[in-house]
Ligand binder design. Structure first.
Ligand SMILES: N[C@@H](CCC(=O)N[C@@H](CS)C(=O)NCC(=O)O)C(=O)O
Length: 285
């Protein structure tokens, strides 16, 4: 598969690069960003943290606003930030161009309903196609961790929980924890997956955590002043299941923080350290 490099910036002794490529799974051209820490070389491949962004985002929001590169460079971990939906002229979008359905709102699921199913196969793209591309073209190992924000936090939790053998650790900022029981999830899942809510459960972290038999480490940070907390995010639903099952889930409620990248940038270092510990990396000065 051909990758086209469209930008390169040196940052924290490593490199931030953007690429475009033709996605077979999504049936369109896609763009992603990668941060390669200074340690990464053919003789010293590094593990990868996949970052899934939230509604309205592209590969750029996290890379430009989270300030993750300094710690990732210290720890020696690569970060890959994909886009949040398929893109292009012929890709279906919401008729009202709503921010929470269609472009920028792929929800990291495989759509089964027309017209969405032609392109909206973000689950397969994130789990299979993109890592294969990254592992073929960059000095990285097959070790993966996964994290994300809001819709991307839902993506990280569900993808991580469904594939414990592929992801060493899972983290999330302000994740949509129970999409089958909130307006964002109900709207997107009924469009992409149809109206039978039984079919939605394989993309709901509460349902998945209740059923899993593996004990993956999970870290969640949530701001107490997040305007979406009560209506859309519902971390208490996930916590109740985690407590019942003795899951390795830590939920940090952060007083006064909101839903923005100001919040993410305040705690991203601790998430990188959490993943590094589970990937067997130690901080280098
Ligand atoms: N009220 C927002 C909802 C979307 C939103 O808050 N998006 C979050 C993720 S759910 C985000 O990261 N936005 C982009 C940014 O802050 O850079 C809007 O209408 O754009």
């Amino acid at each position: 598969m051909i990758l086209e490099n469209i930008s390169s910036n040196k940052v924290c002794e490593g490199w931030h690069k953007q690429y475009t490529h033709n996605s077979k799974v999504l049936n369109c051209e896609m763009r992603f960003a990668i941060f390669l820490p200074p340690q990464a070389s053919a003789n010293n491949p590094v593990p990868v943290l996949y970052w899934l962004s939230g509604l309205t985002c592209s590969d750029e929001n996290f890379m430009q606003k989270a300030g993750a590169q300094k710690m990732a460079a210290k720890l020696g971990v690569a970060i890959v930030a994909p886009d949040t939906s398929p893109r292009g002229e012929d890709v279906a979008d919401d008729i009202n161009k709503a921010y929470d359905l269609g472009l920028g709102a792929g929800f990291y699921i495989n759509a089964t309903q027309a017209p969405w199913n032609k392109h909206y196969q973000m689950y397969d793209y994130i789990v299979h196609e993109l890592p294969a591309l990254i592992e073929t073209n960059f000095p990285v190992t097959t070790q993966r961790a996964i994290s994300g924000h809001s819709m991307g936090g839902h993506g990280a939790l569900t993808i991580g929980l469904r594939n414990p053998e592929l992801y060493q650790s899972i983290s999330a900022f302000s994740p949509i924890c129970n999409p089958i029981n909130c307006p964002w999830g109900e709207k997107a899942f009924s469009a992409y997956l149809g109206t039978d809510s039984e079919d939605w459960k394989i993309y709901d972290s509460c349902e998945l955590l209740a059923k899993t038999t593996s004990h993956q480490p999970i870290l969640i940070d949530q701001g107490s002043n997040d305007s979406f907390l009560q209506t859309q995010l519902k971390p208490e639903n996930l916590m109740a299941i985690a407590n019942k099952k003795n899951s390795l889930l830590t939920l940090n409620m952060r007083e006064g923080y909101d839903h923005s990248y100001y919040f993410i940038s305040s705690f991203i270092d601790s998430h990188l350290e959490f993943h590094a510990a589970h990937l067997g990396l130690t901080q280098q000065s």
